[in-house]
Design a protein around this ligand. Sequence first.
Ligand code: SF4
Ligand code: SF4
Length: 390
Amino acid sequence: MGRLFAVEIVYRGIFQKTLAKNISRAIVLAAHQEGKPGISFGRYGDSPERNGIPAKSFAIVATDDLTLEEGMAKYEPKEVDISIAVDDTLCKGVESWAWYGLQPINRLTKPGGTLIVTSREEPETLIAMCHRKESPYHLAIVKGIPSFSGLWVYKDDHTDVRILGAIAKFLPELFSLESVQKAILQEWNDPLKATSAARSYERVTSITVQPDQGNPEEPYKFDLPKWWEMREGIAIPCIPPGHAMQDQESQQAGGFQPERNPTFKKYTTRTMRPVVDFDTCIKCTLCWLQCPDSCFDVTPDGLYDANMAACCGCGVCEAVCPVKDCVTMVNEVAFSDNASQWEMWRKDKEGYKEWLKHKIEQRPERSHGFRYRGQYQEQVPGVMKIASAD
Ligand code: SF4
Ligand code: SF4
């Protein structure tokens, strides 16, 4: 029996679909250059996709047809040689729209395999976001702003070929740099893209992540019901109505917290999160009314606290808030939990003001969503500059 190679590309639904497709297709074409058969496919459970919700594509390559057939006789690979996260906030975990609870980004990465992440962050920041694994694995960062565009447009900032160059470096048995450059020229007829792949190959490095490094939180687990426990027919239990909130210190009750799905949290959809300045909020209710996911809890004192387990980071609250700088979207990388901002503010108003200022200062350019036409044209040369200085 020959050897089987598996690569997964974890991406944000819709926004990075074309990027993921480019990478998975080119992996197979590059392996073909060396006579290895392969196939690339998206995971059925992720389709149709939703904006920003984590999704996966796979590329499976073998040294011969029979081994490929054997590898394909599975719903999806149980482990992969390389996991690719084309947005660094995916390191916090992924939960696809049709899945079952948050899963670590490195869940399928083989012992000794490599996780390649597109990011401008340092390795320590990304390691802290990834769940711990029992065996060591490698982390490699392809430096750059995570590439977002959409389904119908493509921001060609060479993220695709830079990742392909990194794969050639870390898994040379799959394909060599020469093979991937040939595939790039055949697919895109662009020598500059082939050069970008070579630059990435030369410059990208990896570090080993040990079992005691990373987020110690136990990954989501559940027991499948036994057949005799299943109910007859299809029964979808409804979510009960919400309840009043209670201020733990004053015991004041009031406001309203809707009940939410206990299993499907949605927050791994987020690349940015809103932070709220409760001192300037005029309680106009617009964020609460317009949030598409009913994320806002109404607090006993009539303020609006975005619930971070439910927020998908769409940015509507920032857009509708009539008070300047009252709601600000901040890079998700800047946060390590989903704690209530209102609770933090209520306990220490001065401390919260400092925290808010610090978080807003960390705010990079928006990672997805575009505020005006022409933003790609401005952003792509900037990203290319970072890539060539890398
Ligand atoms: S970003 Fe704002 S509007 Fe969008 S889901 Fe989160 S809280 Fe709701
Ligand atoms: S939209 Fe702004 S001002 Fe209005 S309730 Fe929400 S945070 Fe407060």
